[in-house]
Design a protein around this ligand. Structure first.
Ligand code: ADP
Ligand code: ADP
Length: 234
């Protein structure tokens, strides 16, 4: 489903005088239906790597194969199309405060030029799926953190993606809300068959819902495998 081959990402150092590797020769293979965890400390290169999957980051070298297609060989306009099959959710939700729950979930479809009645047919079931039917006309400021993340999830699903990328999606949530959000992601993985790639710095999150994991440190993969093996008690 996703193959990251020899991904290297170089950046200038903060003083602008040198270079450093945010990712160095990283190889990752995500299979269809995986809930794939990427774990590591802050600065390990997790976001850089995951943003290569939808080419929000263009890696310095390496190839990104999604569904058999090499995204690194595509033009910006071809990429725009491919990105529609990859949804993303974020730690701070990235919702528009001037738009309601409905308006936020509808936005990607409006931007894609979908007619209003079609949008409604699409948006209402998604809002129901994430359990926000009662809140459809509320603004983000009227929602709890967990509810905001549900809006983010519904919005990410609006373009029928095959892959969902999650960048620390539960890090701003309390333990109980984290649980509920993880259960929702599990349900989406199971019922919609979505492949999920999730970044986290929390071991527990990985143990709970991921089947495979890579551990990153300083831009390299230090461990990869089935969650049960990687976190086996010694
Ligand atoms: P993580 O997600 O594991 O916290 P990141 O991928 O965000 O790690 O960052 C890895 C390293 O790359 C960090 O040292 C970060 O400061 C640096 N970095 C990330 N993006 C950029 C950028 N656009 N320009 C320069 N350095 C960056
Ligand atoms: P705005 O303030 O820009 O209208 P909203 O989030 O209220 O932002 O709505 C965005 C779009 O979605 C608008 O075109 C609006 O007509 C439509 N819309 C909002 N709520 C609903 C709803 N419950 N059912 C159908 N369409 C809606």
């Amino acid at each position: 489903m996703i193959e990251l081959k020899h991904i290297t990402q170089e950046y200038d150092t903060a003083d602008g005088k040198g270079k450093f590797f945010a990712c160095k020769d990283v190889n990752v293979h995500v299979k269809p239906g995986d809930i794939f965890g990427i774990i590591g400390r802050s600065g390990a290169g997790k976001s850089t790597l995951v943003r290569c999957i939808n080419l929000l980051n263009r890696p310095t070298s390496g190839s990104v194969i999604v569904d058999g297609k090499d995204l690194t060989k595509m033009s910006e306009s071809e990429l725009r199309e491919e990105r529609r099959s990859i949804g993303m959710i974020f730690q701070h939700f990235n919702l528009l405060s001037s738009r309601t729950v409905y308006g936020n979930v509808a936005l990607p479809l409006e931007l894609a030029g979908m007619p209003k009645d079609k949008i409604r047919e699409k948006v209402m079931p998604l809002i129901e799926l994430v359990g926000l039917s009662e809140h459809v006309n509320k603004y983000p400021s009227q929602l709890s953190g967990g509810q905001k993340q549900r809006v983010g999830i519904a919005r990410a699903l609006s373009s029928d993606p095959k892959i969902l990328l999650s960048d620390e999606a539960t890090s701003a949530l309390d333990p109980e809300t984290t649980q509920a959000t993880l259960q929702l992601l599990k349900k989406i993985n199971k019922e919609l068959g979505l492949t999920i790639v999730m970044i986290t710095h929390e071991m527990d999150v990985v143990k709970q819902i991921c089947n495979r994991v890579v551990v990153m440190n300083k831009g390299v993969v230090v461990e990869e495998g089935a969650v049960l093996e990687v976190f086996r008690d010694p």
